[in-house]
Every structure is written in structure tokens, then in C-alpha cells.
Design a protein. Sequence first.
Length: 177
Amino acid sequence: MNSDGNPIFGLVSTFGLMSLFAVGGANAAIPEMHRIAVDVHHWLTDKQFADVFAISQLSPGPNVLIVTLIGYEVAGFAGAFAATIAMCLPTAVLAYIVSGLLKGSSGARWPSLLRTALVPLSIGLMGASALVVSQAADRTWPAIVLTLAAAALAFATKVNPLWILLAGGCLGLAGVV
């Protein structure tokens, strides 16, 4: 929590600022969310964070659901609402402003250069997200091997990732991992 002890203020200030740096969406900010929620504020444990991430990915809807679940863990429904608005509103306002700038510069070369530069940045941030979540979730050798095998299978084949998730869930239910 912040020094004033208000968890809502902590959620709003954390996710409001984080939203402006989440290039590539909420999943790109997973490493920073983990650092703040687990290491800085101690809102969640590593296992809770991994569980919240898994639930947010398996649920239908936008990836920003993880912020809602963190907010709920911290301060119930009010925390869920505050965290979600804080993560979405600044980015929406920024996107609106930037879209106006882009519309006015249709002949300029800089919008294309900017978009091209942001692609590797967002891919790197998502790769960092995968690393942070796997470190939080994989506490045994079978879990590490399963994560690496699932990543290799998803990368090397055209297998639908839902089948990979289902197989991992079945292995977890069977007590293998």
C-alpha cells in the first residue's frame, strides 16, 4: 500500500501510470504488474499472481482482466473497478489524441516509422511477460519441462493453443505438475 494506507489510491496511481507504458496491451506490462503487486506492495504472492494471470487469460474478454482481478484481491469490487478504469482511461485518452495527430499527418513518413519501431518493443515486452509468469508459476522440474514443451509446441506447430492449455490443465488435474 501507499504511505497513506489507501489501497484504492495505490491501485489508481499504479495502474494509471502503468497504462501509459503498456505498449502492446496489458500483457506487455505483466513484468511491471508482477513487480509492483508482488515485490513492492505485497498485494499478491507469486502463486496468486500466476493464478490471477491464468484466470485472466482463460476468461473471455480483454487481457486487461488481470488488472481487474488484482484490484479485486486488493480492495474488493471498488478495487476492481478503480484498477480497471485506471488501466483503461489514460490509454484511451492518449489513443484518442494520437489518432487525431495521425489523421492530420497522413502524408508524413513518421507515423509508419513509429509503428515499425513499436513492433519489436511490444514483442520484447510480451516475451518478458512470459518469462515473469513462468518464473512465478513453475516451481518444480515437471512444471518447467511442461512450460518449455508447450512453448516449443506452440512456436513450432500450428496446433491451436487451446489444445495445449487443455493438455496442461489435464496434467495439472492429474497431479503431474
